[in-house]
Design a protein around this ligand. Structure first.
Ligand SMILES: *Cc1c(COP(=O)(O)O)cnc(C)c1O
Length: 419
C-alpha cells in the first residue's frame, strides 16, 4: 500500500518519488537505502550550523529528561527565560519583549495582532497593513493575506483580508517604492510588514540596505509600525545576525523562527518594543494579548534555542558565513562561465540566479531540474526558473563544489534537450 502521508507543497498525482531520509549530519542527509544527499537548501532554510549539531542535540536530550512541556499562560520555566534573556543580549536593544510561538507563520500572525492591538488601545482606527509585492510571510490565513497573491493561495482568496501593496524596490526604481509607501502610510495605516533585504519565496529577490533604511524612515515619520519578518533572513543567512543590521534599522516588531533552534525543533519568537507591550498592559483582563498555542515556548525547543544562542556567543559563526560567502561566489563565477545563467546574485549564505525565461512557479522547468538534482544526490528546490543555493554554514568545500557542478550539468543537459 502507498503511504498515507499527505505531503506539503507536493502534487501526489504526479507520483514523483519521495525519498525517505534516515539520518543527517552537517550538510548531508542519508536516505534509508544509504544514499548520500547534499542538503543545498538547509532543509528549507532552517538548518544553520548543520544537522544534528552536537551542542544542540545534547541540549535537547538533557532537557527532554527534565521538563518536556508545561502550560506557558501564567507559568514559566528556565529554558524560556534563558532564551528571552539571550535574545535581549544580541537582538536590537529597543526590542524589550519576547513573545513565543511555534512557527514563522504564527510569529507573523502574532506580530499583526500586536500591531492591531496597539492601535485599538490608542482608540485610533488604524487597521490597514502595508505589504511589499512578491512577499512571503507564511501559509496561515493572516500570513497569506499579507503575502503575494498567486497560484499558491488563489483558492483561499475569499478569506484573505485587504492590504495596501507597494512595489518591490528594484535597483534604480526605489523612489516608486518610497512614494507608494508614503501614500499608503498617510492613509490610516497600521503597520508595514517586510522581509529585510531578501524576498525568499518570492524568488530570492535582493534589494538594497539603503532602500530598507528609507522605508523604515518613512514608517517612523508616519508613526506606522515597522514589522521585520526575519524568519528566513535572521541568524546569519544574509551575512549578519539580522538583515536589518546592514541598514542600521531597529524594527518595532521582529519575527524570528527557522534558525532560532539552529533548525532542529519548531520554535518562534515575536520581539516587540515596549510601547506594544504597554498597549496591552492594564488591570483589565479584556485588554490582555489574546494569543497562545498549546506548545508555546516548549521547554525542549527552548533548550535547543539556548544551545543555538550559546553557539552564536562562543563560536565564530559570522566568520564562517563570511568564508562561505567567498566560496559560494567563486563557485558561482565558475558556473557562470560554463552554463547560461542570468542575474547571478549573492548575499551572505545565499546565491541565486535564473535559467531560461520560465513562466512562473508552475513552469515545468523547476520539477525537471529538481528531479535531475535529486538523481545526482543534491537537494535543491528551484522557485520557478530561479535556482538558489542556501546550504548549512558548515558545508565542506568539496560538497559545495559538487552542488554547482550538478547544477551546471543539469542546465547543460536540459538546454541540449530544448534545442
Ligand atoms: C518560512 C517563512 C515564514 C513561515 O515560516 P513557517 O515556519 O514555515 O510557518 C514566514 N516568513 C518568511 C520570510 C519565511 O521565509
Amino acid at each position: 500500500m502507498s503511504s498515507p502521508v499527505w505531503h506539503p507543497f507536493t502534487q501526489h498525482g504526479l507520483e514523483e518519488p519521495i525519498p525517505r531520509i534516515a539520518r543527517a549530519e552537517g550538510a548531508i542527509l542519508y536516505t534509508v537505502d544509504g544514499r548520500r544527499i547534499i542538503d543545498a537548501i538547509s532543509s528549507w532554510w532552517v538548518t544553520t550550523h548543520g544537522h544534528c549539531h552536537p551542542r544542540i542535540t545534547k541540549a535537547i536530550a538533557e532537557q527532554a529528561q527534565i521538563l518536556d512541556q508545561v502550560i506557558f499562560a501564567g507559568w514559566s520555566h528556565e529554558p524560556a527565560e534563558q532564551v528571552a534573556a539571550g535574545l535581549r543580549e544580541i537582538m536590537p536593544a529597543a526590542l524589550t519583549r519576547v513573545f513565543f510561538s511555534d512557527s514563522g507563520s504564527t510569529s507573523v500572525e502574532v506580530a499583526l495582532k500586536m500591531a492591531l492591538g496597539f492601535w485599538t488601545a490608542r482608540k485610533e482606527p488604524r487597521h490597514r497593513i502595508i505589504v511589499m509585492e512578491h512577499s512571503y510571510h507564511g501559509d496561515t490565513i493572516g500570513a497569506m493575506s499579507v503575502g503575494e497573491r498567486g497560484v499558491f493561495n488563489q483558492t483561499y482568496e475569499p478569506l484573505l483580508f485587504d492590504v495596501a501593496r507597494i512595489p518591490f524596490p528594484h535597483a534604480g526604481r526605489e523612489q516608486d517604492t518610497f512614494d507608494a509607501l508614503d501614500r499608503a502610510c498617510a492613509d490610516q495605516a497600521c503597520a508595514l510588514i517586510v522581509e529585510p533585504l531578501v524576498l525568499g519565496a518570492g524568488g530570492m529577490l535582493i534589494y538594497s540596505a539603503r532602500a530598507l533604511q528609507e522605508m523604515h524612515k518613512i514608517c517612523a515619520h508616519h508613526g506606522v509600525i515597522f514589522i521585520a519578518d526575519e524568519v528566513m533572513t535572521g541568524w546569519g543567512r544574509t551575512g549578519s545576525l539580522l538583515a536589518c543590521e546592514q541598514a542600521g534599522v531597529e524594527p518595532d516588531i521582529l519575527c524570528l523562527s527557522k534558525g532560532l533552534t539552529g533548525g532542529s525543533l519548531p520554535l518562534a519568537v515575536t520581539m516587540a518594543r515596549e510601547p506594544l507591550f504597554e498597549a496591552h498592559y492594564s488591570q483589565d483582563r479584556a485588554r490582555m494579548f489574546f494569543h497562545s498555542s498549546s506548545y508555546t515556548a516548549n521547554p525542549i525547543a527552548c533548550a535547543a534555542a539556548c544551545a543555538n544562542l550559546a553557539i552564536w556567543r562562543e563560536e565564530p559563526v559570522l566568520e564562517g558565513i563570511g568564508d562561505l560567502t567567498a566560496r559560494q561566489e567563486r563557485h558561482l563565477a565558475t558556473l557562470a562561465e560554463t552554463a547560461p545563467i542570468l542575474n547571478e546574485r549573492t548575499l551572505g549564505a545565499i546565491t541565486a540566479f535564473e535559467v531560461g525565461d520560465g513562466e512562473g512557479y508552475l513552469s515545468d522547468l523547476a520539477p525537471r531540474l529538481m528531479a535531475a538534482f535529486r538523481e545526482q544526490g543534491v537537494l535543491l528546490r528551484p522557485l520557478g526558473n530561479t535556482i538558489y543555493v542556501m546550504p548549512p554554514y558548515c558545508i565542506l568545500d568539496q560538497d559545495l563544489r559538487r552542488i554547482y557542478e550538478v547544477v551546471g550539468e543539469a542546465i547543460q543537459s536540459l538546454s541540449r534537450e530544448l534545442q
